[in-house]
Write a protein that binds this ligand. Structure first.
Ligand SMILES: [Zn+2]
Length: 593
């Protein structure tokens, strides 16, 4: 396809066999050795000034190691087939593991610093740039084991949990599907992405066949996929025992800087609002003129709508939406196209879905897409570029404070989508198109709140059960079915192969309990967007400052300028009241039967 863009990784390295990669890995190894010789066993003797110098060297070391690591990751995601890509990824992972082992003492000794000494260090001017990182690090102290044990765990992770994650990635990326494309008579070999994109096809039979074909492939590989899940879940449970975590989600709460009660409250409010989703499904059923609404009909296009967007069109729309909010946002987003930091279309061996890889300060982020041209792909572009500008703006932070805390990780992305929807709604006068835009937005909100909530509940249930026994493929299917049924009620009939819907969600493999941060992100954005509507221009610099702050403070502190209190249950309900508003706006356009 002529409009497709392949990203240019040349700013990182010229090729996978560039000598520079190996030079960097060797330098990394030498510098890690001298860092360890200089500081090991001496952290508690360091003055604030010397500790700042150590933190600076430690940051430089990480930067040196991350460059080859991220390069190998991106290379593999764009094409997982060449052995060279696999080998480079394995090489950097293995080297990185050795180095991490060697450097482990540093954070462990920081955690063990005497409380009084630590407090006095924190007062010093020299350590202010590292303040939040240091405070955050110390919170993990009660769950940290001795250096020998931590080292052994790290070493065994390489062939343990990381091995299973890698197996999952390689297996699912290797899936080939035989499928009769709409309008063709013979089966062709298609990618999983192409099948998932067919969930947006106008013909219900095509949607159902495509999704069934996709899911059945996962069922065929039940043995390996279940083994990946069983081992990763067991690993999590056993590590939790070793570390004495009070709860399965403790490590997520520690790294997310969230309170368990707050998250539980958010999820409970979400469940109280499941009815909104069901109301929407009933409306969609009417719009589609269906007697029975299946889960493969949720994303069906409305009759008569078949708008396609080329990548240049999608780009123009998203940049226009960003520009209407802030020209700076648009300029940063445009950089992805001008510097070719975007990989746009589906290709064999390429990772499915879409992501934005935040690199490290000094290296601009990259975006991977699988653009097929529907309205949702335009939204995905807005989403990933939202992440992109977030990373671009937080570049001024040091490596310790570069990444936003997990609950704010989806803020800029979802805000980007919201800007796009409102931009498009403002331009469209056609009633049919306005209906379509509202449907797409509501479907996205349902997918990021209610669906992610169900995913988190499934994940929790599976982890709990795995703590007691080995799960059969059917156990996973059953837990999945139950959680989805709670959401759909009798508004949706789930197709039988959907029992395997859990088996392809890579978040369960790569980022335990990550899914609730989508719920958080979406509800927070609805609140922020509401505030933007009320405050107008005044809001823009506050928002940009939030993005620039990266992860330099806890979420609650970062949100203070907006007057948001996360411990207030009404805060979450406000988000759903906004959804209610969108639903009523849609109902006003549709003649209810
Ligand atoms: Zn995202």
């Amino acid at each position: 396809m002529s409009e497709s863009i392949h990203w240019d990784l040349g700013k990182l390295y010229s090729s996978p066999d560039a000598a520079e990669i190996h030079t960097h890995l060797e330098q990394l190894s030498d510098q890690a050795k001298s860092f360890s010789e200089k500081y090991k066993g001496r952290i508690h003797h360091l003055s604030a000034h010397d500790l700042a110098a150590a933190l600076n060297s430690y940051e430089k070391l990480q930067t040196l190691g991350l460059r080859p690591y991220l390069y190998a990751q991106l290379l593999f995601c764009a094409d997982s087939r060449p052995d060279q890509h696999k080998m480079l990824l394995a090489k950097v992972r293995e080297d990185w593991s050795t180095i991490s082992e060697q450097l482990l003492f540093f954070e462990l000794e920081l955690m063990k610093l005497d409380a009084e000494h630590f407090t006095s260090l924190l007062q010093s001017e020299a350590l202010q740039p590292y303040r939040h990182y240091l405070i955050q690090l110390r919170k993990g102290a009660p769950f940290t084991l001795s250096e020998e044990v931590e080292q052994a765990l790290k070493r065994k992770d390489l062939s343990g949990k990381e091995g299973f994650s890698q197996l999952f990635d390689e297996l699912t990326a290797s899936f080939k599907f035989a499928f009769v494309r709409p309008g063709e008579s013979e089966p062709a070999e298609v990618t999983g992405e192409e099948l998932l994109a067919l969930l947006y096809h106008p013909d219900g039979t095509v949607r159902e066949n495509a999704f069934s074909t996709f899911l059945q492939k996962h069922q065929e590989h039940a043995l390996v996929l279940t083994a990946c899940f069983n081992n990763l879940l067991l690993d999590h449970e056993r590590e939790g025992q070793l570390r004495n975590y009070p709860d399965l989600m403790t490590p997520t709460h520690l790294s997310s800087e969230t309170e368990p009660e707050m998250v539980e409250q958010m999820m409970a409010v979400t469940e109280q609002n499941y009815g909104l989703a069901r109301e929407y499904f009933a409306l969609k059923q009417q719009l589609l003129g269906l007697e029975k609404m299946k889960n493969t009909d949720i994303y069906a296009p409305l009759p008569g709508s078949n708008r396609q967007f080329s990548l240049p069109e999608a780009k123009q729309l998203v940049l226009g939406a960003f520009r209407s909010f802030s020209p700076q946002l648009a300029t940063l987003a445009e950089g992805f196209f001008t510097d070719r930091r975007i990989d746009s279309h589906p290709a064999p061996g390429k990772t499915g879905g879409a992501f934005c890889m935040g690199m490290l300060p000094g290296y601009q982020p990259y975006v991977l897409l699988n653009h097929t041209g529907n309205l949702r792909d335009v939204s995905t572009l807005a989403h990933e570029l939202g992440h992109g500008v977030h990373f671009a703006l937080s570049q001024q932070q040091n490596l310790y404070h570069y990444q936003a805390p997990l609950p704010l990780a989806e803020t800029a992305s979802v805000f980007g989508e919201m800007l796009l929807t409102r931009h498009l709604l403002a331009k469209e006068t056609d009633r049919q198109l306005r209906i379509e835009l509202l449907c797409v937005k509501l479907e996205e909100i349902i997918a990021t709140t209610f669906r992610q909530n169900a995913l988190t509940r499934f994940e929790l249930a599976a982890h709990k059960k795995r703590g007691q026994q080995l799960l059969s493929p059917d156990d996973y299917c059953e837990l999945w079915w139950q959680e989805n049924a709670k959401l759909f009620g009798d508004s949706i009939e789930m197709i039988e192969p959907y029992r395997w819907g859990w088996a392809y969600i890579s978040h369960f493999i790569h980022a335990r309990f990550y899914c609730y941060s989508y719920v958080f992100g979406e509800l927070l954005v609805l609140a922020l967007y509401q505030q933007y509507l009320e405050q107008g221009e005044e809001f823009v610099p506050l928002y940009l400052d939030l993005l620039k702050a990266g992860g330099s403070a806890p979420p609650q502190e970062l949100l203070e300028p907006f007057g948001i209190d996360l411990s207030d249950p009404d805060f979450w309900q406000k988000g759903y009241d906004f959804v209610r508003g969108l639903l009523e706006e849609l109902k006003g356009l549709v003649e209810i039967k």
